[in-house]
Design a protein around this ligand. Structure first.
Ligand SMILES: NC(=O)c1ccc[n+]([C@@H]2O[C@H](COP(=O)([O-])OP(=O)(O)OC[C@H]3O[C@@H](n4cnc5c(N)ncnc54)[C@H](O)[C@@H]3O)[C@@H](O)[C@H]2O)c1
Length: 183
């Protein structure tokens, strides 16, 4: 697990990208809006500056973290070669089903597809994907770089292996993962 794609550069997406990048992962941050990408990167930089000022990270850590993030407006370009995609786009069922249908078409079948949705069924999202067993909920809390809890939500078909991979990955990010029901 090395290359991560994050879809959506809004409140949650930029926080998720920040968190992965600060832990040394290469992050491809994708948004349909160039403006959201610019705003997302500016937010990450401002939050890193605050951490430098507090002495929690160094100036070098800040530059490394920013350097680990590449932005894309094209979903296909952004997700190519990724081991994990974390979808954090606008909370809208039709929009998310369309995104997952695209991911199903363009991602390798081994790529784990996670969603940060707060209210949509993981099983329903997974039903739009070939190999629904690699779809899982990875529900970060706002503000992501600060909040420790990550709720891990299995869909009906999600495998034990995928769940373990995402639980272990959350720990690597310095988070506290807890498995919760798709309810
Ligand atoms: N805000 C919270 O406190 C919070 C907490 C936990 C989970 N969530 C969940 O996180 C997700 C994102 O919420 P948010 O608050 O960050 O929303 P947001 O409105 O701040 O950001 C959403 C981003 O998605 C982008 N987007 C829309 N359609 C897209 C597409 N087809 N491809 C790529 N990008 C697209 C938008 O341009 C926008 O930048 C939602 O599923 C929400 O339920 C939100």
């Amino acid at each position: 697990m090395k290359n991560i794609a994050v879809i959506g550069a809004g409140t949650m997406g930029n926080g998720i990208a920040h968190t992965f990048a600060q832990s040394g992962f290469t992050v491809k941050l994708i948004d349909i809006s160039e403006k959201s990408l610019e705003k997302g990167i500016a937010t990450i930089a401002a939050n890193l500056d605050r951490m430098v000022a507090k002495g929690t990270i160094t100036e070098e850590d800040k530059h490394k973290t920013i350097g680990n993030i590449i932005t894309y407006t094209d979903i296909k370009d952004g997700v190519t070669g990724c081991d994990l995609v974390v979808e954090a786009a606008t909370e809208n069922l039709t929009l998310k089903l369309n995104i997952f249908k695209q991911l199903s078409d363009v991602c390798d079948h081994n790529t784990i597809l996670a969603t940060n949705t707060s209210s949509i069924s993981i099983t329903q999202i997974a039903a739009s994907v070939v190999h629904p067993e690699r779809v899982i909920g990875m529900h970060f809390m706002n503000p992501v770089p600060i909040m420790k809890l990550v709720e891990i939500i299995r869909g009906y078909n999600t495998t034990n292996e995928v769940t373990k991979t995402i639980m272990d990955l959350s720990v690597k990010l310095g988070k506290t993962p807890t498995e919760v029901n798709d309810y």
